[in-house]
Every structure is written in structure tokens, then in C-alpha cells.
Write a protein that binds this ligand. Structure first.
Ligand code: NAP
Ligand code: MG
Length: 484
């Protein structure tokens, strides 16, 4: 009998008001159920919002160093369970155990970073035009914030929103992706065990269109930090703006790796594979376009195809597996559809391109790592986010053409260039339209102490992670103090 989990509202683990349930399934083996979870209604979300509102004034008045101690304790709790939480993450999301553990470790680092931020200055003192005035400005919390997160980084993304939200004195209603609730349960448990007061962090597991939509529409929620698809994110931001709320969006990507003709080809291939195939290509920063200067294009393509054919695909809990399944039947269907679209558009399938068959793959959502060649810039597979293990090779005449092609997209999250030529690397850094730029590393790396986010339609502006996170989760209060 799989364990039954609950929502966490006002410090209590509670059933959904309608007693509806969802089943958390392993995408590598759909016969394995990890637990049943509530399917929260709008009413449950309202109760969570009210609890967060009641908890706000005490939490905002709790000394910041004390808030930091709670973050630090949550970090310790999670760190002691990296293997357990990493395995849960792998079994519900599908990425390999190595990646699952690394993601939990990253959650720990994020919590520690913001625990440290709780000892940093909270504002600035200004010179006043008046001799008697003490003039300062302080960062103060917003109030209740809603965090809506996707399934692809079920530990790191919630943590990088929650840690700054709490550090700066906000209270939270957290709506994780409905298909990865177990990792969310662990994160909330870490805070419960760390002694976070009731109501400060509330968890509602349920559909975006129900529990999520309530957060978006409810004017008690002062701000929404959202990571997910462009379609949901842009609609949500319009609704939040209409009621005077604040929103932060981290959306899709179509991230290029640009390979110049002086590149070490085997290194370029390795970086492409890491960026495109780790996490089964389901990262917002995954590599989905390889833009390769003509002189080295054939050599690169052949080397890439040969390496991709060797990748071991399977259940991410097995230690020799490089790439796990897609997260769901829907995701598998979308990826297979894009592969058909690519073929019909005239791109050449070099390797992969099919659902994997055989006993090992019979109960999971396994698609072979896929490489297309002869991709042209306006094909749908070169423009739309596929969110799977598919990379398209596009030829460029020279560096000018390569940069123009790399920028020829509505997205601008991450980009990488492979070259030994410092001058060309510098040009790329200046001219590429991306929020995160890598020189000789994969498109998907990001460290938690640095700002994270994209240009163009990949992001709404204010950055997440590092010190940049403060911008979204606080507002300025400017104070003029005069003697009487
Ligand atoms: P999604 O469908 O937009 O879902 C994201 C979250 O929004 C989920 O919790 C979802 O709930 C919720 N939601 C859905 N409809 C809603 C509504 N009407 N109101 C409020 N919330 C709603 O995205 P996804 O398919 O899970 O995730 C993949 C996408 O995320 C990709 O496009 C990827 O690029 C993007 N992503 C971006 C970043 C970044 O930092 N830029 C990082 C990771 C992922 P349900 O669980 O019910 O669907
Ligand atoms: Mg979804």
C-alpha cells in the first residue's frame, strides 16, 4: 500500500477538502507508485493563503539572523538525507541518481547561501540635504508570496525561490508541479523539522488550474514567482498585474552551443552531449541547437553521432545509466511528435528518433537520444522548445553567421561557445543575447551564488539566485528621521 501524503497548511498535515487524490508514478517503471497525494482545490489554496497571511507579521518581525538559523537547520536536515531525497527525486522525476543527489546537494548550498544572507546589510544610509535628518532605506518583505514550480528540478527550483522568500521575511504558499510532489514533501519536511513556525510555509499539492489559479487570482498574494512554460507564465503574469501584484517568470529556452573552427571537436561533442542529454534534455538550460562552423561540421556531426549511439539509457537508479526516461507519457508524446515534425520538415535524422523497445523499457517513457543534421534556422525543431533528448545541428558560414543564428530565436536563456580564440570568445560574450553565457562549458551549468535568468522571452527580468534574488522578494522603505 503506497504511503498517503497530505498538504501542509498552518503547520498541520491535512487532506484536500474534496478528498481527491493523485498518484505519484515512477516514469522509469510505471508499475511503481511512490505515494498518493492530495489534489488540492481552490478552497485548500485559500486556507493556505489565509494561514500565510496570519503568520506574516510575526515572521517579518523575527530577527533576520534567527530566520537564517532556521534555513541553516533545514540545510542540515536535507544534507543528512541526500541519498534518500535524491533517490525519491530520481524515482519520481526520472533523472539519474547521480543527478538527483547533485540536485539535493545544490538545494543544501542554496539554503546555506541564504542563511548567510541573513547576516548581510538590509539597506543603505543616504546623506541628507538637511543637517538634522537621518535618512535610510531598508529592504522589507512583501507579505504572502506564491511559488509555482515545474517538475524538472523539483528540489533546486523550489529551494531557490523559498530560501530568499523566507530569508527576507515573506510567508509562502508553495504549489509544486502535480507530478513531482514527493520531493516537495521532503523540502517542506526539512523546514518543519527546522522549527519554522506554523503558517510561514504552506504546501498545496494539486493542479495548476485549481490550486495554482487561486494563488494567481487572490489579491492577498502579493507576488508570484513562477518557473514553467511560456504559455502558462505569460497568462499568469497578466492576471497578477491586473490586480496590482508582482510576478517573476523563468520560462523556456532554445539554447545554442556554438562550435568554432578552432575548437577541440571531441571536447565540443562532450559538452554538447552533457548539455543536451543529461536530465534527458529536460532542463530549461539544455542544449537544443548545435551551431557549427562549416569547416568542422561534418567531423563534429560524425563524432557526435558516434558518441550519442554509445549512451546507456535506462532506469536512472542503475549506476551505469547516463540518461533516464522522460518524465511522463505526455512528455514522451510531445518529444516523439517533434521528431516526426523534424523529419517532415526535411531535417536529417542522424541517430535515435524512436521510442526504445524491449523488456527494460516496457514500463517507462524512454526515447533514444536523438541528433538531427541539416537543420535550417526557421524549422520548428530549431525554434520551439522540445524539452527532450533532441539536438539539431545547424551549419554556419563563420562566426558572424554563427552569432546571428544563435540569436535567431525568441528565447535567450543560456548559450555556450567552444573556441580557444580569446578574441572570438569575447565577441561571443558581447553579442550573444542570453542571460547566461558559457565559454568552453555546457549551456546547462549554473552556480547558486550567481544571478540566474534569461533575456527575451525566457524570463521576465528580475533574476533569481544569489544576491539578485533580493530584488524580487523585497520592497524599499525609505525613512526620514528628524529630531523634535
Ligand atoms: P507548466 O506546465 O507551465 O507548469 C509549471 C507549473 O505551473 C506547474 O506547477 C503547473 O501545475 C502550474 N500551472 C499550470 N497551469 C497553471 C495555471 N493556470 N495557474 C497557475 N499555475 C499553473 O510547465 P512544465 O511543463 O511543468 O515545465 C516545463 C517548462 O518549464 C519548460 O518550458 C521549461 O523550459 C520551463 N523551465 C524553465 C526554467 C527557467 O528557470 N527558465 C527552469 C525549469 C523549467 P501542474 O503541476 O498542474 O501542471
Ligand atoms: Mg504541466
Amino acid at each position: 500500500m503506497p504511503q498517503q501524503y497530505k498538504n501542509y497548511i498552518d503547520g498541520q498535515w491535512t487532506d484536500a477538502s474534496n478528498h481527491a487524490q493523485t498518484h505519484d508514478i515512477n516514469p522509469a517503471n510505471t508499475r511503481e507508485e511512490l505515494g498518493t497525494f492530495p489534489s488540492a482545490t481552490r478552497e485548500d489554496a485559500r486556507r493556505a493563503i489565509d494561514a500565510a497571511q496570519r503568520a506574516f507579521s510575526n515572521w517579518a518581525r523575527t530577527p533576520m539572523p534567527k530566520r537564517g538559523e532556521i534555513l541553516d537547520k533545514a540545510a542540515n536536515w536535507l544534507e543528512a538525507r541526500v541519498d534518500e531525497v535524491g533517490a525519491a527525486l530520481t524515482r519520481e522525476e526520472g533523472k539519474t541518481f547521480v543527478e538527483g543527489k547533485a540536485e539535493v546537494a545544490r538545494g543544501v548550498s542554496i539554503l546555506r547561501f541564504f542563511a548567510g544572507e541573513c547576516l548581510q546589510p538590509t539597506g543603505d544610509v543616504y546623506p541628507s540635504a538637511s543637517a538634522s535628518t537621518f535618512l535610510f532605506a531598508e529592504r522589507v518583505p512583501l507579505g504572502v508570496v506564491g511559488l509555482i514550480t515545474p517538475w524538472n528540478f523539483p528540489c533546486a527550483i523550489p529551494t531557490w525561490k523559498m530560501a530568499p522568500a523566507l530569508a527576507y521575511g515573506n510567508t509562502i504558499v508553495f504549489k509544486p508541479a502535480e507530478i513531482t510532489p514527493l520531493t516537495a514533501w521532503y523540502i517542506v519536511s526539512a523546514f518543519e523539522q527546522a522549527g519554522l513556525p506554523p503558517g510561514v510555509l504552506n504546501l498545496v499539492v494539486g493542479r495548476g488550474s485549481q490550486a495554482g489559479q487561486e494563488l494567481v487570482e487572490n489579491s492577498k498574494v502579493k507576488a508570484i514567482s513562477f518557473t514553467g512554460s511560456n504559455e502558462v507564465g505569460t497568462r499568469l503574469a497578466a492576471t497578477v498585474a491586473q490586480r496590482g501584484g508582482k510576478s517573476q517568470l523563468e520560462l523556456g529556452g532554445k539554447n545554442p552551443i556554438v562550435v568554432l573552427n578552432d575548437a577541440d571537436i571531441s571536447r565540443a561533442v562532450e559538452l554538447t552531449i552533457q548539455g543536451a542529454m543529461l536530465s534527458t534534455g529536460q532542463k530549461c538550460t539544455a542544449t537544443s541547437r548545435a551551431i557549427v562552423v562549416r569547416d568542422v561540421a561534418n567531423e563534429y556531426r560524425d563524432a557526435l553521432a558516434a558518441r550519442v549511439k554509445q549512451l546507456r539509457v535506462g532506469d536512472g537508479m542503475q549506476s551505469d545509466v547516463y540518461m533516464g526516461p522522460l518524465v511522463s507519457a505526455d512528455a514522451e508524446k510531445t518529444v516523439l511528435e517533434y521528431i516526426e515534425i523534424g523529419k517532415n520538415e526535411g531535417a536529417r535524422l542522424v541517430t535515435g528518433g524512436e521510442k526504445l523497445r524491449g523488456e527494460e523499457y516496457a514500463h517507462g517513457f524512454f526515447v533514444a537520444p536523438t541528433v538531427f543534421d541539416n537543420v535550417t534556422p526557421d524549422m520548428r525543431i530549431a525554434q520551439e522548445e522540445i524539452f527532450g533528448p533532441v539536438v539539431g545541428v545547424i551549419q554556419a558560414k563563420d562566426i558572424d553567421d554563427a552569432i546571428a543564428l544563435a540569436n535567431h530565436t525568441r528565447f535567450g536563456l543560456s548559450a555556450s561557445v567552444v573556441t580557444r580564440d580569446l578574441n572570438l570568445a569575447l565577441r561571443f560574450m558581447r553579442e550573444i543575447e542570453a542571460g547566461i553565457v558559457h565559454v568552453n562549458s555546457m549551456t546547462a551549468g549554473a552556480e547558486p551564488q550567481a544571478p540566474f535568468g534569461g533575456f527575451k522571452e525566457s524570463s521576465s527580468g528580475t533574476r533569481e539566485q544569489g544576491k539578485a534574488a533580493r530584488e524580487f522578494f523585497t520592497q524599499w522603505k525609505t525613512v526620514y528621521v528628524d529630531p523634535l
